[in-house]
Ligand binder design. Structure first.
Ligand SMILES: Cc1ncc(COP(=O)(O)O)c(C=O)c1O
Length: 402
């Protein structure tokens, strides 16, 4: 079927975090609001979900299961694992065994529990900022210490700093790294060569690699996603791969993720933490939606990536033509765009004020992503093009006031 991504679907009254919650500039307090609806509304372009309905086969499967009427204790079946394994084989070229999969109610809870399992208090976890900020809290709130290996911005493209990585890998307190591939927020899809270098440095020091691949299905043409554990058996034995249907098919509210651990000993240790935390599989609707999405969601995914690619081109052309002070860091994957606003000459609070108060657009302030984030904003472009166009013309007007 042909999907219509231009249609705006109102999320008013749905409890949407993106549309119904905001934080005042400079405040840490969230409040429920209707400021994103009606005349002169704010445009929410922050948290990573899409403003598109999920694939129709997923909606149909959920409706059918709800109509069955009994929502009692349920478990993932063989066909659930088969749908996931087929997807990873077909789309990403990675062959997994069903028994490698541990299901968790989201990748963030999995990261918390991975740190609880493998990192003793005071030991370190390496991350590559600017990076998805819940990595920091997953480490710190579970007693670990963050070790930064900042990315390097070379021209308009980010690269890993391998010399710094090799040096930090010698730290005897370093237990784990959290790799983000594709990288949120800078949009890199790490090449096989980069992953090889990264993995070899970590393996030489016996450091566990957690690869967060939640955006791994959202890849733009001419880039290839390489699952970390598909590179070699040695890598697979030292890696824990976090995947989920939530970003791919816009199912974040169902809280489903598949944490894939080929090494049996590591897997048993993680499973024991899951059980200690009372986590025993996914909820009924998460199971139904995940299986339907991996089995029948491909047509939708092709179309949505085509549409988002169109949004990206629109954004790049508009910014180049009308707001040349802002540089778009070209993403290779994800629907998140990292905007380099440093040439506006504003400090972080002033930049946030300009976008929130003058342009009335809610984006993520680059500072929260750690080292290297100041002066940047993260924009979510998984929205109808008319919303993106409105946002860009507002930014243009706001910047003209400077
Ligand atoms: C890199 C990354 N990991 C994890 C998550 C969140 O995962 P979940 O909603 O499954 O906890 C996100 C959401 O934006 C993300 O970008």
């Amino acid at each position: 079927m042909r999907y219509d991504f231009d249609r705006e679907i109102s999320r008013q009254g749905t409890g949407s975090v993106k549309w119904e919650y905001m934080r005042e500039a400079g405040s840490t307090q969230w409040r429920h609001t209707d400021a994103c609806f009606g005349e002169d509304r704010f445009l929410p372009m922050w948290i990573a979900d899409m403003d598109f309905a999920s694939p129709q086969p997923v909606v149909n499967a959920l409706v059918a299961r709800a109509q069955h009427g009994i929502s009692a204790y349920t478990q993932e079946t063989d066909s659930y694992y088969a749908a996931l394994a087929d997807w990873l084989q077909r789309r990403q070229g990675w062959q997994i065994a069903p028994e490698w999969v541990c299901t968790t109610p989201g990748v963030i809870p999995a990261l918390d529990m991975l740190v609880q399992t493998f990192v003793a208090p005071g030991e370190k976890v390496l991350v590559q900022p600017p990076v998805y900020y819940p990595f920091f809290s997953a480490i710190q709130s579970n007693g670990g210490e963050v070790l930064n290996n900042p990315l390097i911005l070379a021209g308009n493209r980010y690269e890993m700093d391998f010399a710094d990585l090799a040096q930090k890998a010698r730290d005897p307190q370093l237990r784990m790294t959290i790799l983000c591939n594709p990288h949120n927020p800078v949009g890199r899809v790490w090449t096989k060569d980069e992953l090889l270098r990264f993995g070899e440095i970590c393996l030489a020091r016996d450091i566990l690699i957690v690869s967060d691949e939640i955006h791994g299905d959202l890849i733009y043409p001419s880039h290839t996603f390489t699952p970390f554990a598909s590179i070699s058996e040695a890598f697979a034995q030292k890696a824990i791969i976090c995947t989920a249907p939530s970003k791919t098919f816009n199912l974040a509210g169902l809280q489903a993720s598949n944490i894939i651990i080929p090494n049996e000993e590591l897997r048993c240790r993680f499973q024991s933490t899951l059980h200690r935390n009372g986590v025993h599989g996914l909820n009924l609707f998460a199971i139904v939606a995940t299986e339907a999405a991996y089995r029948d969601g491909e047509e939708w995914l092709e179309q949505v990536m085509d549409y988002i690619g169109g949004n990206l081109r629109y954004l790049q052309e508009y910014v180049a033509a009308h707001i040349p002070q802002i540089k778009v860091v070209e993403p290779e994957g994800t629907y998140l765009v990292w905007l380099d606003c440093r040439a506006l000459g504003l400090d972080a609070p002033a930049l946030q004020r300009l976008l929130l108060q003058e342009a009335r657009i809610h984006m993520n302030d680059g500072c929260v992503f750690g080292i290297g984030g100041e002066g940047f904003m993260r924009m979510n472009i998984a929205c109808p093009r008319a919303i993106l166009a409105e946002a860009l013309s507002r930014i243009r007007r706001a910047v003209a006031l400077l």
